[in-house]
Design a protein around this ligand. Structure first.
Ligand SMILES: Nc1nc2c(c(=O)[nH]1)N[C@H]1C(S)=C(S)[C@@H](COP(=O)(O)O)O[C@H]1N2
Ligand SMILES: [Mo]
Length: 358
């Protein structure tokens, strides 16, 4: 029933969580649906399109219950955007300290697709909300899946501040096809440039409210701890809620530990973040010295940038290291120790791949 590619490997099958290796990610400008990573905290709900309704409530003038035909009648919009799980690249952090009870993602937790659907702002306008008039507030999203955790049963949820709402698409389609069941059929939020956790799948309810969502996945999970915090002493209320993604990059080719003949090689990769990527630097000596790469033209505001560099390397051992920069001149830390945290979120340290030439 779930049509994933043979290269898709699952960390967990129940609920399904997994993705494809780097070489597959790098091979496609947009990730085909059968290779797009899946991160789910509960089982995939099977929803009947005819019975489906999106509830809109909270601090709105009119409460709404929108059917799929009602959503299809709104202006249709498109958005090409990366989706990245906050836990992507967690496994690299394990070398520096234990990360209990979390999926140890390598680099599979990121993908990019062309999404289509309706603007959140158009749905809010139907409910009588004119976005710019509100200065503070939050949009809470609730899924139609059921999470079982610590003897409790509740839907998945999360929220964004109102000032992010203008960027959000409520997607019905992914790369031209209806959303596959595992990616949120029939409707999901797509919050570009933010951690995947806010892009709520199987979206059943949108509430406009004064405070962030009180859902477990907003109040407890997905908070940002310091390298010196530990599980035993964690202050959940003090740690900031994760939102915008930091600038990040991956080396997709050559594969780590590749043995290549002497001559010209092409190094390729991907770079993305909450802000536009402006430059990617490449080192062949683990970050001691740096050179430039070519960025492919930007495909909209929210897609990843593909980058490449041609190198002539004499026989020897090399440690390729990539370092992206964004439009605010933010860059990636050199050392994993800078970003280590006991939940293993937001690893954007420079990505490395050792290769051998000749
Ligand atoms: N309803 C619901 N939405 C959800 C989740 C979930 O478990 N339930 N997981 C979130 C997380 S943590 C991520 S990273 C993205 C993953 O989206 P994908 O499975 O389409 O890649 O969905 C988010 N939306
Ligand atoms: Mo996630």
């Amino acid at each position: 029933m779930i049509g994933k590619h043979p290269a898709f490997t699952a960390y967990l099958s129940d609920p399904l969580n997994g993705g494809v290796p780097l070489v597959e990610l790098g091979a496609h400008p947009l990730t085909p649906n059968d290779r797009f990573f899946v991160r789910s905290h509960g089982d995939i709900p099977m929803l009947s399109p005819s019975a489906y309704r999106l509830r809109v409530d909270g601090r709105v003038r009119v409460h709404l219950e929108l059917s799929l035909p009602a959503l299809a009648a709104l202006p249709q919009h498109e958005l090409t955007a990366v989706l990245q799980c906050a836990g992507n690249r967690r496994v690299e952090l394990l070398a520096l300290g234990d990360i209990p009870d979390e999926i140890l993602w390598d680099t599979e937790g990121v993908s990019s697709a062309h999404w289509s659907g309706v603007r959140l702002s158009d749905v809010l306008a139907l409910a009588g909300i004119d976005l710019p008039r509100f200065e503070t507030g939050h949009i809470a999203f609730e899924g139609l899946d059921t999470i079982q955790k610590d003897d409790q049963t509740f839907p998945y949820g999360g929220s964004i501040p109102l000032d992010k709402a203008g960027d959000v698409l409520l997607a019905t389609h992914m790369n031209g096809d209806p959303l596959p069941p595992e990616h949120g059929f029939p409707l999901r939020a797509l919050v570009p440039g933010w951690i995947g956790a806010r892009s709520v799948k199987w979206l059943g309810r949108i509430s406009v409210q004064d405070t962030p969502s009180d859902n477990y996945y907003q109040t407890r999970a997905y908070r940002h701890f310091a390298p010196y915090d530990r599980k035993e002493t964690a202050d959940w209320s003090a740690a900031p809620m994760l939102g915008e993604l930091p600038v990040n990059s991956l080396i997709t080719a050559p594969a780590a530990n590749a043995n290549l003949p002497a001559g010209e090689i092409t190094v390729q990769g991907l770079a993305w973040g909450g802000r536009p990527v402006e430059r990617v630097d490449l080192s062949t000596d683990g970050g001691a010295t740096w050179g430039s790469t070519q960025l492919a033209p930007a495909d909209g505001r929210w897609n990843w940038r593909r980058w490449s560099a041609r190198l002539h390397l004499p026989a020897g051992n090399y440690e390729l290291t990539a370092r992206a920069w964004d439009s605010a001149a933010n860059t990636q830390p050199d050392q994993l120790a800078v970003v280590w945290n006991w939940k293993g979120y937001m690893n954007n340290a420079c990505h490395r791949a050792r290769i051998q030439i000749g």
